[in-house]
Write a protein that binds this ligand. Structure first.
Ligand code: GTR
Length: 421
């Protein structure tokens, strides 16, 4: 009996271990581990040419991330129709062209729609565009009264006066601080944004959002190797890019995927899975984004899978508190973006996202960029705070907390001018 009790206790402790493991913020307690080489195949073959990388190594890495981290999309789902809900060629006091475009998808007798808010510079025939999701609705990124309010489910937020999971006029403009719309337009770029909750509400429920459009008969949730919410959000960015190819005001060959935090994990996965994205920005994306998982610094795989069981595919659970078993690490996700320009950014007070792990990841991805003759992050010495390093792979750590600031945008624009435009 005693033995049985012990056994039950041990089982309970083990099953709860992701919750119990202490968060490490101490560099000296980072475990030593071997960084998996992007340029050595799983079978141990060295990759020495772009051709071999593209034919052998890139596909096997992509396959691993698809099957064991983010989950694969079960079937192709293309735009059924799009509808320009609203357009004004003199928006923002005459500074921009505004469009609100609804994309609609149909399958299994179900329909999903989401709306892209576009601000485009007026004086440019075909504009390069930053595309990124927002957390609380398109109307939160601007004071512009013409921006439509989403009726999709939203997380409550007391300081934004969002109650009953419903977005209202009260939250208009609450997130203008994160979107440097004027700076972006003045630099000759457009901005496209989508409320992520319209693609898949951010809760552990797979009956809503895009997933259910692709279920087999009697299926109620994704299979262990099928897409979680991050892959669903990435899919939404890819379909937006499909629309951009049809919009004469946009240069679809110069679309930069941008995202902050969970939506930075999303922009990275979108850029990895669709090579039409001309560049990718990861702002404070942390665990499951740019940060190396094997460092177990700040948020860990176990913590993220426990707090957000719907973000990754179920197969990813086997690495909870078991990062050493991973055959890959997140720098190899970054390497999948090569040779396209990539910007990884951190914030000094955002230790939960492991700034050093994000930086090292950009460094270890750089061998693949070098193979293409591009310069990445060539050293393991982190730059000083507010001293950006701009190459095809760029990195900065700024002062302040987990957020998107004008400083971040100023640097993204500089990098985009130099490497994307
Ligand atoms: C945190 C989560 C992070 C990050 C963040 C965000 O709670 O632990 O991985 O994604 O949310 O998206 O704001």
């Amino acid at each position: 009996m005693k033995l049985l009790t012990c056994f039950v206790c041990a089982f309970f402790i083990l099953s709860m271990s992701p919750l119990l493991s202490q968060t490490n913020y101490n560099e000296s307690q980072v475990p030593s581990f071997e960084v998996p080489d992007p340029l050595t195949t799983f079978k141990g073959k060295k990759i020495k040419s772009v051709k071999k990388w593209e034919k052998t190594r890139r596909p096997e890495l992509l396959h691993f991330f698809e099957n064991s981290v983010y989950g694969k999309i079960p079937k192709t789902l293309k735009i059924d129709s799009y509808n320009i809900l609203e357009q004004d060629n003199n928006a923002l006091n005459g500074k921009a062209k505004r469009k609100q475009v609804e994309l609609t998808f149909k399958n299994n007798g179900k329909t999903l729609s989401y709306t892209i808010l576009l601000y485009l510079p007026k004086n440019i025939a075909k504009a390069p565009v930053f595309l990124g999701y927002n957390f609380y609705g398109n109307h939160t990124i601007t004071e512009d009264k013409a921006v439509l309010i989403s009726s999709a489910w939203a997380n409550n937020n007391e300081s934004f006066q969002i109650e009953n999971n419903t977005l209202t006029e009260e939250s208009r403009g609450k997130r203008t601080n994160r979107w440097a719309v004027e700076k972006i337009l003045e630099a000759g770029y457009g901005l496209a944004t989508i409320y992520y909750g319209e693609v898949d509400p951010d809760k552990n429920d797979f009956s809503d959002g895009v997933h259910s459009l692709l279920y087999d008969r009697n299926q109620e949730q994704p299979k262990p190797d099928e897409w979680g919410s991050i892959a669903a959000w990435s899919w939404g960015m890819v379909r937006a890019l499909d629309y951009f190819e049809k919009d004469a005001d946009i240069d679809a060959s110069k679309v930069i995927a941008f995202g902050h935090s969970r939506l930075g994990k999303t922009s990275l996965w979108a850029g990895a899975t669709d090579q039409r994205f001309a560049g990718v920005i990861s702002n404070d994306s942390g665990c499951g984004g740019a940060a190396l998982s094997k460092r177990k610094f700040g948020e860990t795989v176990g913590r993220i899978n426990t707090s957000f069981p719907h973000w990754f595919c179920d197969n990813f659970n086997q690495y909870s508190d078991n990062e050493e078993a991973l055959a890959i690490d997140q720098h190899q996700l970054l390497a999948l973006i090569a040779p396209r320009p990539l910007y990884v950014a951190s914030a000094a007070e955002d230790q939960w996202a492991d700034p050093r792990g994000e930086f090292l990841s950009a460094h270890y991805a750089s061998s693949v960029y070098n193979l293409y003759g591009k310069k990445g992050i060539e050293t393991t010495d982190m730059p000083k705070i507010n001293e950006p390093v701009h190459n095809t792979v760029s990195y900065h750590i700024r002062t302040g907390k987990h957020d998107v600031t004008d400083y971040d945008w100023e640097n993204y624009i500089k990098w985009a001018n130099a490497f994307v435009k």
